[in-house]
Design a protein around this ligand. Structure first.
Ligand code: ZN
Length: 149
């Protein structure tokens, strides 16, 4: 288990240092802001949805290593996927970081499983799930700011 944890830690640090899909998205037709006042994380997620598919997705903003790494891994995970599938991943991710997770969920989330350890740190759960709440708000076309509070 400790080897696995080290690996997870490495993945998180790597995505924090070199976030994927970071920057403005020219073609975006959905957008939402997300804030986690508890930690000070602030993200904006931009999505280009065409024909029910997430054609492209990017994020900007500043936050702690966990919130940045989670946004980076999330954009990688949902790019090219149907909106419905991204919403299902949001549900599964949320389930994984807030409660005990079944192995099946962990497997279906792939790399996102690196965040399964945060459920032991309740204050970090919001950092890890901020990007997902923000994506969810963008896909629902809710205006305003998503907040973890
Ligand atoms: Zn944070």
């Amino acid at each position: 288990m400790s080897d696995l944890r080290e690996l997870y830690q490495e993945v998180i640090l790597d995505h924090h240092k070199r976030p994927r899909n970071f920057g403005p998205l020219q073609e975006a037709n959905r957008h939402a802001e997300g804030r986690n006042p508890l930690c000070g994380d602030h993200l904006s997620v931009q999505v280009d949805v065409e024909g029910g598919i997430i054609k492209d997705v990017a994020f900007e903003g500043a936050g702690c290593a966990i919130s940045r790494a989670s946004a980076s891994l999330m954009t990688d995970a949902v790019k090219g996927k149907p909106v419905e599938e991204a919403e299902r991943m949001f549900e599964e991710f949320h389930q994984m970081v807030t409660s005990g997770v079944e192995v099946a969920v962990e497997e279906s989330l792939g790399k996102l499983a690196v965040f399964c350890g945060v459920r032991e740190f309740p204050s970090r759960v919001k950092c890890a799930s901020l990007a997902w709440h923000t994506l969810h708000a963008a896909l629902e076309e809710k205006s305003g700011t998503a907040s973890t509070e």
